[in-house]
Design a protein around this ligand. Structure first.
Ligand code: NAD
Ligand code: LMR
Length: 339
């Protein structure tokens, strides 16, 4: 038994060696808005990700402190901070993935669309720089209203002749994170085992969790499903109200953003079967952009997956969300075309 134990552990350690000796490719990630409420914990989480070799932290305020702080962590990536607009090009150059949490967050009583006035311009100018300095990067759009900022990004990239629909993602992972947490609590199943697709968009009723497809299966009543759906749709507002004027979700968003960026990196690196929900250019419905499960690969979106079977309640939710989502998408497109 001693022998077996030692040969077992030798095998384990040699397989560990094999695994770690295959070097992960060099990957540069840039975070725009890195010193903000989301940006700081997201910078931390991306610094912990062994798939990242170079981490560029850009913000118009507060970058040097965040970059110096994060750079002392003894993990693979080399961290550089970029603090002024003249440095944005350097921050972006060579990036494989650009994550954008730049812009103002909600206060109680506001909708995400109330952020459009300020954030649309911020996103537009950041995307112009992406088009110039790293047109091949995967863009992970966090800035709200995502239902409009993703179409804004697409229009900017089209204007610059660099649009690739496979490389533009609205980050809706926080909706999935919430749906998983709330479902696990209600269904009394292990949260680590839970999967729930969330489709549509990222604001109010445009967020449509598909609890009929949730696994592990649980026997929840219609009322329970409706309450879970509403809580997922209002998850952002729950945090905005709890923070009482001090912003919106930052820590759970950083977690969600890190999960999504990690999935993008895995896809780029050729890991098979990487699937996450995301708001992307889509033909799954008649709307030009729509969140659904997406398979990620070496070029970004490898396949936009269909919605699967919906319950009657979800079918109604899908029809109900379309007008709002359509008008938010059009607002983003008009912002760029009319400017
Ligand atoms: P915050 O105000 O704490 O941080 C925003 C950061 O962006 C600040 O550091 C600011 O200096 C920076 N910034 C502003 N203009 C910039 C520019 N032109 N270039 C670079 N950086 C710039 O806000 P936050 O809480 O981090 O939220 C950021 C955004 O993310 C908001 O729009 C919020 O609504 C959105 N958000 C989205 C989700 C989602 O699920 N997609 C979740 C939470 C928050
Ligand atoms: C969220 O869902 O938490 C974000 O979109 C921020 C917000 O304004 O709710």
């Amino acid at each position: 038994s001693v022998l077996r134990r030692s040969s077992g552990s030798a095998a384990a350690s040699s397989s560990r060696r094999c695994f770690s000796s295959a070097p992960a490719p060099e990957r540069k990630v840039a975070i725009l808005g890195a010193a903000g409420g989301i940006g700081q914990p997201l910078s931390l989480l991306m610094k912990l990700n062994p798939l990242v070799s170079s981490l560029a932290l850009y913000d118009i305020a507060g970058t040097p402190g965040v970059a110096a702080d994060v750079s002392h962590i003894n993990t693979r990536s080399e961290v550089k901070g970029y603090a002024a607009e003249e440095q944005l090009g350097q921050a972006l150059e060579g990036s494989d993935v650009v994550i954008i949490p730049a812009g103002v967050p909600r206060k109680p009583g506001m909708t995400r669309d109330d952020l459009f006035k300020i954030n649309a311009g911020i996103v537009k100018s950041l995307c112009e720089a992406i088009a110039k300095y790293c047109p091949n990067a995967l863009v992970n759009m966090i800035s709200n209203p995502v239902n409009s900022t993703v179409p804004i990004a697409a229009e900017v990239f089209k204007n610059k002749g660099v649009y690739d629909e496979k490389k533009l993602f609205g980050v809706t992972t926080l909706d999935v994170v919430r749906a998983k947490t709330f479902y696990a609590g209600k269904a009394k199943v292990n949260v680590a085992d839970v999967n729930v697709p969330v489709i549509g968009g990222h604001a109010g009723i445009t967020i449509l969790p598909l609890f009929s497809q949730a696994t592990p299966k649980a026997n929840l009543s219609d009322e329970e499903i409706q309450a879970l759906t509403k809580r997922t749709q209002d998850g952002g507002t729950e945090v905005v109200e709890a923070k009482a004027g001090k912003g919106s979700a930052t820590l759970s968003m950083a977690y969600a953003g890190a999960i999504f960026a990690d999935a993008c990196l895995k896809g780029l690196n050729g890991v098979p079967d990487v699937v996450e929900c995301s708001f992307v250019q889509s033909t799954v419905t008649e709307l030009p952009f729509f969140a659904s499960k997406v398979r990620l690969g070496k070029n970004g979106v490898e396949e936009v997956l269909g919605l699967g079977p919906l319950s009657d309640y979800e079918k109604q939710g899908l029809e109900a969300l379309k007008p709002e989502l359509k008008s938010s998408i059009e607002k983003g497109i008009t912002f760029v075309r009319g400017n």
